[in-house]
Design a protein around this ligand. Structure first.
Ligand code: PMP
Length: 311
């Protein structure tokens, strides 16, 4: 159970982390956020936060798009996060949510000259998508927000109305998730996750100019696929019907981790079961994030410091 939050400059009981109904970000969506995971390794008795600095770099960049003035750097954000997680004392997987927001209480839509605030909270967390081993997916009737509308590479609170429209339509129509197209009809991503497909042994994902969030997991998958599995990875536009005939496809993201796509609009992909490349990447990803791959320990930040041994 979540007990604490970083709020208005200090870590305090979560019940004290409250904002006014007049808050700018609540009225106008002028917030920006991040989403990180902490993975518990029982053998090491350690909680590892995955790619903390990369997440905070993107968080600060999202703030930059919204003209935020927070006066914190990645290192400070990481330190606050580690302190918060120590206070929570997790011995299980968790999710961390840094949220920056325009905190002014008053009327007036704009970005400039509005006070910014930072809060960070966390929660114990398991699966984001229940059907991680084989999701039934549709194409959304909605289009992905465009860079010239609400920049998709920023994790902007207001743009998550787009994600919510996409997700609810899919789930209420009996699917687990949706893929969403850009205005010109190419595949962008899922409601809150990036997407990859496999055709003839090549891993293909939409490029960063297709209104995707520049996912940390996407970057991780590209690296592991090339370096560890020796796969060719291509970033290029993907047509809707290419996904229908892909050998494999999967979502990736901090929340969804690596989730296999079993079918797209009632067309089973490949054998209809998780394909070998998705399986291999998924297995490796879980080993990396949980601290079971020595080579990738640099991507992990341990939360708990070892008790000092008596001299
Ligand atoms: N796209 C969107 C819209 C998202 O919200 C997320 C989750 N942050 C992702 C992709 C995946 O990004 P990441 O791998 O950095 O979590």
């Amino acid at each position: 159970m979540t007990q604490y939050a970083y709020f208005e400059g200090s870590i305090r009981p979560i019940d004290e982390a409250r904002i006014s109904v007049m808050t700018h970000a609540l009225n106008y969506g002028t917030g920006w956020f991040g989403g990180l995971r902490g993975y518990w390794n029982a053998e090491h008795e350690q909680l590892y936060v995955f790619r903390i600095r990369d997440h905070y770099r993107r968080f600060l960049n999202s703030g930059k798009i919204l003209m935020a003035k927070l006066n914190v750097d990645e290192d400070t954000l990481a330190e606050i996060t580690l302190e918060l997680l120590r206070r929570e004392g997790y011995r299980e997987d968790c999710y961390i949510r840094p949220l920056g927001y325009k905190a002014e209480e008053g009327i007036g839509v704009r970005l400039h000259g509005v006070r910014d605030e930072l809060t960070i909270f966390s929660t114990a967390f398991g699966r984001y998508l229940q059907a991680e081993e084989g999701a039934k997916v549709c194409f959304s009737s909605w289009r992905r927000v465009d860079d010239n509308m609400i920049p998709a590479r920023g994790k902007v609170s207001g743009s998550y109305v787009n994600s919510a429209l996409i997700k609810s339509e899919a789930v209420l129509n009996g699917f687990d998730e949706a893929l969403v197209l850009t205005q010109d009809g190419h595949v962008s991503e899922g409601s809150a996750e990036n997407v990859f497909m496999v055709r003839d042994g090549v891993l293909i994902t939409p490029p960063v100019h297709t209104n995707v969030l520049e996912g940390i997991t996407r970057r991780t998958v590209i690296h592991l696929a090339q370096q560890e599995l020796g796969l060719q990875v291509v970033e290029r536009d993907i047509d809707r019907s290419e996904v229908y005939i892909a050998d494999e496809a999967f979502f990736c993201g901090t929340g969804v981790q690596i989730a296999s796509i079993a079918s797209v609009e009632h067309r089973p992909l490949g054998s209809g079961h998780m394909g070998p490349i998705t399986q291999a990447l998924r297995n490796l990803y879980f080993r990396v994030v949980r601290g079971q791959e020595e080579k990738y320990m640099d991507w992990l930040t341990p939360v708990y410091v070892a008790e000092r041994q008596p001299a």
